[in-house]
Design a protein around this ligand. Sequence first.
Ligand SMILES: NC(=O)c1ccc[n+]([C@@H]2O[C@H](COP(=O)([O-])OP(=O)(O)OC[C@H]3O[C@@H](n4cnc5c(N)ncnc54)[C@H](OP(=O)(O)O)[C@@H]3O)[C@@H](O)[C@H]2O)c1
Length: 238
Amino acid sequence: MATVLITGASSGIGRQLARDYAADGWDVLACGRDPERLEAVASDKIQPLSFDVMDVEGARRALTECPRPDMVILNAGTCEYLDVENWDGEAFDSVVATNLIGISHCLGPLLPRLQSGSTLALVDSLARLLPFTRAEAYGASKAAVHYLTQTLAVDLEPRGVRVVAISPGFVETPLTDRNTFDMPTLMPVEEASERIRQGLASRRRFIAFPRRLHWTLTLLSWLPKGLKIRICQWMKRP
Ligand SMILES: NC(=O)c1ccc[n+]([C@@H]2O[C@H](COP(=O)([O-])OP(=O)(O)OC[C@H]3O[C@@H](n4cnc5c(N)ncnc54)[C@H](OP(=O)(O)O)[C@@H]3O)[C@@H](O)[C@H]2O)c1
C-alpha cells in the first residue's frame, strides 16, 4: 500500500488528513513536534515521526530514516498577526521560519527520495491573494510558499514528480479558534480534508477552496494595486 507523509499531523487539517488517509488504507507517516500529541493520532496505519521543522538536523535525520513516501504533504504551519505600531520581529521571524524555511528543511532530505510517480503538495493559504491587515508575516510566508510550489513544479515535473499547491480558506482548527474576527465561509476540518484528498486523487495542480471565496479573492487580486490596497484598508475598519 502507498505511503503518505504529512507534516503538522498532530492537529487540525494535518491530523484529519492523517486519519482519513489511514481509513482509506494508506500507510501514514504523521509528523509534528510533540510526541505525546502524535501518539494520540498513532495507530497500526499511522506511524508518528517527531521533529521540529525549524531544526534542520532533526528534520534531516527523521526524513532520511523514515520509509520512502509516495506522497508528501508539507502542511505544518503557524500564524501570528502583527501590529505595525508595536512591531514584533520575533513573531515575524518565527512565522516565516516555520511556514517557509521549515519547508526547505523538509525538502532537503525528501527531494532525493521522491521517485517518478510521486506527489509533493505544499499547503499555503487563500490569504496569499490579498494584503490583509496584520497579515504581514502570515500572508508574506504563504505567498512565498505558493511561488516556491510553482518553481518546484517547473523543476520536478520533468523527473516525474507531481507538485501541487493547496490553498485553503478558513478551516475550523486550533489555528483559527484563536481568531477574534469574522471568518467568512469557515469550513469544518473534515470537509477541508475531503476537498484536499479529492483534489489530490483527481491529480489537480492547484487545490483551492471554498470555491466562492477563492474566486472572490482572485478577482479582487486582479484589481490595480492602489485600488486593492484601498479595499483592504476598507475591510479592516472596526
Ligand atoms: N485553519 C485554516 O483556516 C487554514 C487556512 C489556510 C491555510 N492553513 C494552513 O494549513 C496548515 C495547517 O493549519 P491548521 O489550521 O491545521 O493548524 P493547527 O491545527 O495549528 O496545526 C498546525 C500543525 O503544524 C505543526 N507545527 C507547527 N509548528 C511546527 C514546527 N515548528 N515543527 C513541526 N510542526 C509544526 C503543529 O504540530 P505541533 O504543534 O504538535 O508541533 C500542528 O500539527 C498551516 O500551514 C496553515 O497555515 C490553515
